[in-house]
Design a protein around this ligand. Structure first.
Ligand SMILES: *[C@@H]1O[C@H](CO)[C@@H](O)[C@H](O)[C@H]1NC(C)=O
Ligand SMILES: *[C@@H]1O[C@H](CO)[C@@H](O)[C@H](O)[C@H]1NC(C)=O
Ligand SMILES: *[C@@H]1O[C@H](CO)[C@@H](O)[C@H](O)[C@H]1NC(C)=O
Ligand SMILES: *[C@@H]1O[C@H](CO)[C@@H](O)[C@H](O)[C@H]1NC(C)=O
Ligand SMILES: *[C@@H]1O[C@H](CO)[C@@H](O)[C@H](O)[C@H]1NC(C)=O
Length: 769
């Protein structure tokens, strides 16, 4: 904040200076520097190695670190990093957010009359439902362009603490909306794709457009459920679940996405706060995955582990234990307050502080922070004209269209024909909402198109909210029934918003809140035409009543569809777009919320206690809708063209499994290299309407090591015109894709019969030694 304010002040001065043609150096007018290494304005900086861009980043950072006093080092351990004016380094605010568009959450970014809003994409859970990996990256690329444009005019930082890749393992979680859903592969593809979109520059792989951050590591996902909150929650997680579920997207962020940062969470994992666990931080993120970047704490996490969790006796111990565990940056002020005393007390060495700030400065260097005026650098030409462009806003609408999931469609219901439907009754608490559509970690959008506005643009509408808000203590059914009885079709737009599911707010049940169910049932009985139920939410519901009511002819789930959500809903309802979204999470019955503790982190069922397990990979109970469910206006057919039935894995001489029988083998990397094969599928659009279709390749492994009943190996979205068939190819890597994680967290190839499935096709594949 200080940084941007000073820069604005300077700009005013610069204008005055130019206007009066006074050749006064800007440094004279501004106390604190505006840009680091602004050699043009301050030639004396040119002699510093850290300002010399022909040196490599490691040399520049080590030059900088050895010039700093201890106090100057310590002020660079926190998000509001202090200026080092004597070296020409301004202050920097690390905390900006860009979950689904540049956000005002976090002090590093703000909107002003210069940039009043940014493109607000659908909340992540809906974008994930598109199952379109190129879309994930395309959105990230637009967001980073808008972020850079805002940075150039002093309105944003360069370090964005997005995406959230926690596994959405319980439908009640208030932050599930921020995530790409319950599946480790989808979450990995989303995380890596979005990160690449944010970070990648055109040429230099070590340069960053902006820096992304995958959070919250790890096994988070309880916010506040029945009095148990994230600041006190100890997630008891076994090694198998950690390695085959919770950590998978983080690993992909680091290894496949090359993310510049990982954020540790508030909760404890097995009795240790994640931000103070050397195995999780130095061991896994930096050691095994080789993070090139910085590890940041969730905001005030270090304070929380001391003040709320009482994990250490003194604040100095908390500072020392987290830095030594591998934490580089504290969101908060705790480390700026307690690190010096921790060093004086011998609890942590200066070399540990040097490691932390080295990671932080290296990230800023990759971002060009030490290259002087950003407007003279790559991306320097981006400015307010590059935010909310028509193309960017069209992509927000396109993303919502691609994500919307058609869950039920009785023959002849959708799409509605704008020529035969002369009037629509639009009813429900979310029918004309604006802010609800963008969910949390939002920014100010360019503009909104509400569902009512989107539908009214196509046909004349009658509108009655029926419920004043989603909690809806008393539904006003009379007016709603009246318009439903008059109109040719009825669209009911219901669901929830941040008053029901949010950060620090988990749900306790899976039913539509308030009197929404009553409203729906009353409207349905009164309606003249077909009733289309549209559900706006992050998590799923038990809507058995609507599924089985034949007068409700269609059901759509639209997530929180972003700024253009209403236009996208209309596009789907009137058939201007053939729906192709698929559920990224299981919809459970209400009974699940009554029986299962949200705090139980186990993925696998436990027959002894009746615990049903979690997500499509393990859950054994009834569902309302399943992971991957979703209809189109066209049926699509799959045909197996090519797939092996037998794979032999090589083993070295003397491997124990050559003489004994083994259920699974751990393969060394060299043996994995040639163990990949192709699956070719013919996919045909059997309908009369062009559309996209996601091909899901699942595998059911043999039942060893409590393996998942099925898991997703790959997905590929194809666009097909009517009656067209295309070949879809999957490359399957046996070690990576067909392995399971054993009880100790080791990846092993299960021997025996794997059944591959695509739609209704099943294909047996034996893996033998
Ligand atoms: C910058 O580093 C290069 C490479 O070591 C060196 O040749 C050059 O003299 C340095 N520039 C300055 C101004 O010190
Ligand atoms: C500080 O560094 C020394 C030398 O490497 C080491 O022996 C000592 O354990 C370290 N102290 C702390 C508190 O980490
Ligand atoms: C719908 O919402 C928009 C945006 O808030 C508002 O301008 C409009 O008046 C609302 N329409 C009705 C009929 O209430
Ligand atoms: C749920 O948690 C509560 C409180 O920790 C505990 O008493 C109860 O036995 C748990 N129920 C189940 C089904 O695990
Ligand atoms: C995936 O998204 C991109 C970007 O919007 C779009 O161009 C492409 O057509 C989509 N792919 C499919 C198969 O729908």
């Amino acid at each position: 904040m200080v940084y941007t304010r000073n820069r604005a002040k300077c700009s005013v001065f610069i204008l005055i200076v130019l206007f009066l043609i006074l050749l006064i150096e800007n440094g004279v007018l501004c106390q604190s520097p505006v840009f680091a290494c602004d050699i043009g304005k301050n030639p004396s900086l040119g002699s510093f190695g850290f300002c010399n861009s022909s040196l490599d980043i490691a040399s520049r950072v080590s030059d900088l670190v050895q010039r700093l006093t201890l106090q100057e080092k310590i002020i660079n351990l926190v998000d509001k990093a202090g200026a080092v004016s004597r070296l020409g380094i301004p202050s920097y605010e690390w905390w900006s957010e860009a979950l689904h568009g540049v956000s005002y959450v976090g002090p590093g970014t703000k909107f002003s009359s210069v940039v009043p809003g940014a493109t607000s994409f659908p909340q992540v859970i809906l974008t994930a439902a598109s199952f379109n990996a190129s879309l994930f990256q395309a959105i990230g690329k637009v967001v980073s362009t808008e972020a850079r444009a805002m940075y150039n005019v002093g309105l944003a930082g360069l370090t964005f603490w997005s995406p959230n890749v926690n596994i959405f393992r319980d439908p009640r979680w208030g932050r599930g909306q921020e995530t790409p859903g319950e599946d480790p592969l989808l979450s990995s593809k989303y995380g890596a794709g979005y990160v690449r979109g944010l970070q990648e520059t055109d040429n230099d792989p070590n340069r960053l457009k902006v820096a992304a951050c995958c959070k919250h590591y790890t096994a988070y996902d309880v916010d506040n459920w029945k009095g148990i909150d994230r600041y006190h929650f100890n997630a008891v997680v076994n090694q198998q679940d950690l390695d085959d579920t919770y950590n998978v997207p983080f690993k992909s962020c680091v290894i496949d996405g090359n993310v510049a940062s990982v954020m540790c969470s508030y909760n404890q994992v097995n009795g240790k706060p994640t931000c103070a666990d050397p195995d999780l931080l130095s061991g896994v993120i930096r050691g095994e995955w080789k993070l090139n970047g910085y590890i940041v704490s969730d905001c005030d996490s270090v304070d929380v582990l001391y003040s709320s969790q009482h994990y250490t006796k003194t604040p100095e111990e908390a500072a020392a234990v987290s830095i030594k565990a591998g934490l580089d940056l504290d969101c908060g002020t705790f480390l700026s307050q307690h690190t010096e005393a921790a060093i004086k007390g011998g609890l942590v060495n200066v070399s540990d502080i040097d490691r932390a700030i080295t990671n932080n400065f290296a990230t800023l260097m990759r971002l060009g922070f030490f290259e002087g005026d950003p407007t003279k650098q790559p991306y320097g030409k981006l400015g307010p004209k590059d935010v909310c462009t028509p193309d960017h806003q069209e992509l927000a609408r396109e993303a919502a269209r691609q994500g919307i999931v058609l869950l039920k469609n009785t023959a002849g219901s959708l799409p509605l024909s704008p020529t035969t439907i002369k009037s629509l009754a639009v009813i429900g608490p979310n029918a004309n909402v604006t802010k609800t559509m963008i969910g949390n970690y939002e920014g100010t959008p360019c503009k909104y198109t509400t569902p009512l506005q989107g539908l009214t643009a196509v046909v004349p509408t009658l509108y009655s909210p029926g419920c004043a808000n989603v909690a809806c203590a008393t539904a006003q059914v009379d007016d709603a029934k009246k318009i439903a009885a008059q109109a040719d079709a009825t669209i009911l737009i219901v669901g929830i918003d941040l008053s029901i599911e949010a950060e620090s707010l988990d749900r306790v049940d899976l039913l539509l809140p308030g009197q929404q169910t009553l409203l729906i049932n009353e409207v349905v009985t009164a309606s003249k035409g077909p009733v289309i139920l549209v559900i706006m939410s992050g998590g799923g519901f038990d809507i058995t009543f609507a599924k089985s009511n034949t007068k409700i002819t269609s059901i759509l789930w639209v997530g929180y569809p972003g700024e253009a959500g209403g236009a996208a809903i209309a596009d789907v309802i009137f058939g201007y777009f053939n729906p192709s979204g698929r559920l990224p999470n299981t919809w459970y019955p209400q009974e699940f919320a009554e029986k299962v503790n949200m705090t139980n982190m186990n993925m696998r069922p436990d027959p002894a206690t009746g615990y049903p397990g979690r997500t499509y990979r393990f859950y054994t109970g009834e569902t309302i809708y399943e992971f991957g469910d979703g209809l189109s206006y066209s049926p699509f057919n799959h045909r197996l063209v090519k797939a092996p039935t037998l794979i032999s894995v090589p083993l070295e001489e003397g491997h124990t499994c050559r003489s004994e029988s083994c259920q699974s083998v751990q393969l060394v990397e060299s043996h994995c290299q040639n163990l990949a094969f192709d699956i070719h599928l013919g996919v045909k659009n059997m309908g009369s309407m062009a559309g996209s279709h996601t091909v899901f390749l699942f595998s059911s492994p043999p039942n060893v090591h409590n393996s998942p009943k099925k898991h997703l190996l790959g997905f590929e979205k194809v666009h097909l015109t009517s009656q067209r068939e295309e070949l879809v190819k999957f490359r399957v890597d046996v070690c990576k894709d067909l392995s399971v994680v054993d009880e100790f967290g080791s990846r092993k190839v299960a021997l025996g019969l794997h059944v591959l499935h695509v739609g209704d096709l099943k294909h047996p594949l034996s893996i033998m030694i």
